[in-house]
Ligand binder design. Sequence first.
Ligand SMILES: C[S@@+](CC[C@H](N)C(=O)[O-])C[C@H]1O[C@@H](n2cnc3c(N)ncnc32)[C@H](O)[C@@H]1O
Length: 360
Amino acid sequence: MTKIHNKIFNIKLKSPIPVDEFVEKVLYEPKVGYYTSKDPFGENGDFITSPTISNLFSEIITIWLISTWEKMGKPKKFNFIELGPGDGSLTKILINTLKSFPEINKATKIYLYEKSNFLKKLQKKKINNKKVKWITNFNSINNGPVIFFGNEFFDAIPIKQFTNKNNQFFEKCFTFESKDNISEIFITGNNQDRDQVRSFKTLEKLKFIEFPKKGFLELSKIIKKISELTGGILLIDYGYSTSRNLNTIQAVMDNKKISMENMFRNLGKADITSLVNFSLLKEFFVQNNLKVTNIVSQKFFLERMGIIKRAQILERKMTKKQKKYMSETLTRLLEEKQMGKLFKVIFGYKFNNNNFFGFE
Ligand SMILES: C[S@@+](CC[C@H](N)C(=O)[O-])C[C@H]1O[C@@H](n2cnc3c(N)ncnc32)[C@H](O)[C@@H]1O
């Protein structure tokens, strides 16, 4: 029998709690939540993300940033904000890579937007650089274009789940029936959520709907900043681009997917994510007056940005063992059956130039 029960997560017995509120508690409840109590990254953690697989990924994102800054006319003041920086791997490489490009290095302020205090400490230790500022809102950024970047940021923000039955709208909730027994129920959804969901063409005709209400609240703050200062948001995540009646919530523990029953028995010990609906994301950007690029696969984006060429250059100075390792990590990032196809990339922006690299 599980030792983890409702009281640890501050959840009342027999009181239905919407899926997103439930997942939020399990991931972020102080001291016991998944992201507030452990380091989940790397081979010894529960999952491995692109920046923790290969520095090449972070270098290529930096090269994309430099090319975008150039396309924006090399502004003297420029801001890079990493959303949900995890263990800090990407920004660490970004800072090192930018050192070889003095003009943009001088122009760029770097901000990290992180919700978990536990991960913030980890990031500060790893990055150890006074140039970087940690922020909880975007109020202090007032000068120069802004580029927001998130790798597996959006999928980590809990989503809501609804059903449409005979034109009636229901929300999926979880309930602790007793302290260690959780069940799933549907309650009548509220009208505001129903109207927001129904404003999206992408979700029309679906019987089962996944809706990133919390994610869209985060994006609204970001888009407000982009609209004020110009710039954009580059998002990379695992997801799909044709809306389907699918429950995509999944739990991962020790680098393996686990069942929902297993997740309920391991609250706070497993990561819980969902696939990102990229066509919905695109529609949201357009609703909010941003321009958008095509939705492309991670393989397409990284190859267009020259990852293979860069690997060939690095290879020249490598030992056999190093070459083998780099080739394995590249396969992982690019292979269609691994991260190459399922991971997708989109750039929403406000700027008069429309030809950003990586998407055509
Ligand atoms: C799956 S991890 C990805 C980490 C990193 N980007 C990587 O690729 O290795 C999700 C990250 O987003 C952070 N996060 C999730 N929701 C957030 C929010 N609403 N505001 C700020 N950070 C958030 C998590 O704490 C974590 O650092």
